[in-house]
Design a protein around this ligand. Structure first.
Ligand code: FAD
Ligand code: DHB
Length: 395
């Protein structure tokens, strides 16, 4: 098989890229190790930056998002049992974020690609990249995991295969530098069948840790609790989850509404960047190249930003024979990546309790929160980052 751009991974990075290339008249094939049902059923992120929702509409994929998504003009920060509303729209000339789950975005992207005749190979096994540093890169794989070996010959290979995928390892170790920070806490996430408790997201740090109140629909809510990343979910019966959520979210005159918990899991928190994001004709995009802790809601959005840069660069190469964008791909992306790393680290350290920190550092975090309450420029900086920095090549 031959294609112009071979894409490994049917996550947000790989699928948005396939759409953007299609719109530019460039062929691609997406190779994914999991089944379609697994990809469409995995619960992950929930917040789309303003420009991502505009992009989805531009790609003709906005219908369900506009119908089922929830548009939020602000967020609530909470500490010392006091709430403070951050007027995101007021501070960013009317921009908002959209609560529309990642797996619903993926369903829309997959349906759109298949309807347009774009090939997505689900359930592929043994995916390996050959000749990343040559002019003739290729992807080897086995259909349905165990079929006969097949090859996709490509002009370019894109590793959009997440943090644990093989693409980053295909860059020789001597050609990459990795920057990492592991946090001493994780998030326990739940989905619960309950009505809305509050009209916007609440990011809270009180009692002995962080909690986040988010939503999925009028009758399904998403909530997260800071926990030990090595803890076993079996140690968290529903009663213990609710007890901790109440302790971290309730105020003197408000209490969280409980419901039946139907999904529960623990994720670790890390910051990670691989530089550069390119080796020869292999380009990394999304979690394959960088990870942010989820507190800033940036992971999915950053993955889409990478592939927007990449699609523009590939279009310039194919249409105008201009290689400058491809040569600058990594540098262009990394400018935005490091700003998202900074913001995610800021939100994470400010909002979590960390017993490895000194009392001095704890007081600095309270001062950071109070600055958002009292200083309009601090609040505006948080709002601009949360809603998504403007998308142009300067960012
Ligand atoms: P992924 O979504 O990871 O997609 C990569 C795809 O590549 C996967 O489908 C994978 O199956 C496939 N793949 C891997 N290896 C191979 C192979 N060898 N061959 C073929 N295909 C392969 N972000 C937030 O902003 N908020 C959140 O609440 C949040 N929660 C998260 C919870 C979890 C458990 C995880 C893992 C991530 C979470 N994130 C969150 C981060 C966000 O979901 C990611 O940043 C986003 O999915 C990145 O998209 P991606 O396309 O780069 O990678
Ligand atoms: C959600 C996840 C986040 O990481 C975040 O910052 C806000 C909301 C969510 O899953 O709804």
């Amino acid at each position: 098989m031959r294609t112009q751009v071979g894409i490994i991974g049917a996550g947000p990075a790989g699928l948005f890229l396939a759409h953007l290339l299609r719109r530019a008249g460039i062929d691609s094939v997406v190779i994914e190790s999991r089944s379609r049902a697994d990809v469409e059923g995995t619960v992950r992120a929930g917040v789309l930056e303003h420009w991502v929702t505009v992009l989805m509409q531009g790609l003709g994929l906005g219908e369900r998002m506009l119908r089922d998504g929830h548009f939020h003009d602000g967020i609530t920060l909470q500490w010392n049992r006091q709430r403070h509303h951050v007027d995101i729209a007021g501070l960013t000339n009317g921009k908002h974020v959209t609560l529309y789950p990642q797996h619903e975005v993926l369903k829309d992207l997959i349906a759109g690609l298949l309807a347009a005749g774009n090939e997505i190979i689900f359930g592929a096994g043994g995916t390996t990249i050959r000749g990343a540093g040559t002019d003739t890169p290729a992807i080897d794989f086995r259909r349905d995991g165990a079929g006969p070996p097949e090859t996709v010959d490509c002009d370019y290979v894109v590793g959009a295969d997440g943090f644990h995928g093989p693409a980053r390892q295909a860059i020789p170790a001597a050609h990459r530098t990795e920057y990492q920070k592991i946090y001493p806490f994780g998030w326990l996430g739940i989905l619960t069948k309950a009505p809305l408790s509050w009209h916007e997201l609440i990011y809270s740090n009180q009692q002995d840790g962080f909690a986040l109140l988010s939503t999925r629909s009028p009758d399904v809510q998403r909530m997260y609790l800071q926990c030990d990343p090595a803890d076993d979910i079996a140690n968290w019966p529903d009663s213990r989850v609710w007890e901790n959520l109440h302790a971290r979210l309730d105020t003197a005159d408000w209490s969280l509404t409980e419901g039946a918990i139907f999904q529960k899991g623990i994720i670790p928190l890390r910051s990670f960047v691989c530089e550069p994001m390119q080796y020869g004709r292999l380009f990394l995009a999304g979690d394959a190249a960088h990870i942010v802790p989820p507190t800033g809601a940036k992971g999915l959005n950053l993955a889409v930003a990478d592939v927007l840069v990449l699609s523009r660069a590939l279009e310039a190469q194919y249409r105008r024979n201009n290689p400058a964008g491809l040569a600058m791909y990594s540098a262009t992306c990394l400018r935005r990546v490091w700003k998202a790393e900074r913001f995610s680290w800021y939100m994470t350290t400010m909002l979590h309790s960390n017993d490895q920190e000194t009392d001095f550092e704890r007081r600095i975090h309270v001062a950071d929160l109070d600055l958002v309450r009292t200083s309009e420029s601090s609040a505006r900086s948080l709002a601009e980052n949360y809603v998504g920095l403007p998308f142009d090549d300067r960012h």
